[in-house]
Design a protein around this ligand. Structure first.
Ligand code: URA
Length: 209
């Protein structure tokens, strides 16, 4: 699928299988989500622009590569996006964070915004939207809409699991936003949950069910 990278690294796939199991504890689920966050971050940042700088090693001068431009912005969609954030920040500790508070109305499955706070200079930074579950696609679309409204120009999306319906709806709205996911599952059920999926990511992370 164009614009979609399925991260099939063995470590990612093994950890995802552990997360799917219904008997995996809240503690393990949270730890695994954080670890997969870091592994996905590695892939999402693979093509970031670089520049050459002159440095001095203890032995000699050399020209060496470093990341060019301003620091990244990670934009977790509350609440379950927070589960991947710490893993990503471990790889990119100087990144900025934009919090996007959206929830799905359980009846209509439409998105309602309840919180939004982003860096003022977001237009000059690459933004990585984080949401473990790309299900209907509505939340991810609304988050990208909101970030564009705040001025973001360069946006990518990282999720753990996606539905085929969610991917095509998301790319229908935002064809220029590339997406990284650990898997694309079979389909959505009537309640907008991904099958076979892993259940409600927020509830499993925080033990709220
Ligand atoms: N959100 C979840 O947490 N799980 C799903 O399967 C779909 C949306």
């Amino acid at each position: 699928m164009k614009g979609v990278t399925v991260v099939d690294h063995p470590l990612v796939q093994h950890k995802l299988t552990l997360m799917r199991k219904k008997d995996t504890s809240t503690k393990s689920f949270r730890q695994l989500l954080k670890e997969i966050g870091a592994l996905l971050c590695y892939e999402v940042t693979r093509d970031l622009p670089m520049e050459e700088v002159e440095i001095e090693t203890p032995l000699s001068r050399m020209t060496a590569p470093q990341l060019a431009g301003k620091k990244l912005v990670f934009a977790p969609i509350l609440r379950s996006g927070m589960g991947m954030l710490d893993g990503m920040l471990e790889l990119v500790p100087a990144a900025r964070v934009a919090h996007v508070g959206l929830y799905r109305d359980p009846q209509t499955l439409a998105c309602v915004e309840y919180y939004f706070k982003a860096p003022a200079d977001i237009s000059e930074r690459t933004v990585v939207v984080i949401d473990p579950m790309l299900a209907t696609g509505n939340t991810a679309i609304a988050a990208v809409d909101r970030l564009l409204e705040a001025g973001a120009k360069d946006i990518r999306m990282a999720c753990l699991l996606a539905s085929p319906e969610g991917v095509s709806k998301f790319h229908g709205h935002h064809p220029g936003v590339r997406l990284w996911t650990a898997a694309i599952d079979e389909r959505l059920n009537d309640h907008g949950y991904i099958l076979p999926g892993l259940g409600d990511a927020g509830d499993r992370m925080y033990g709220t069910r």
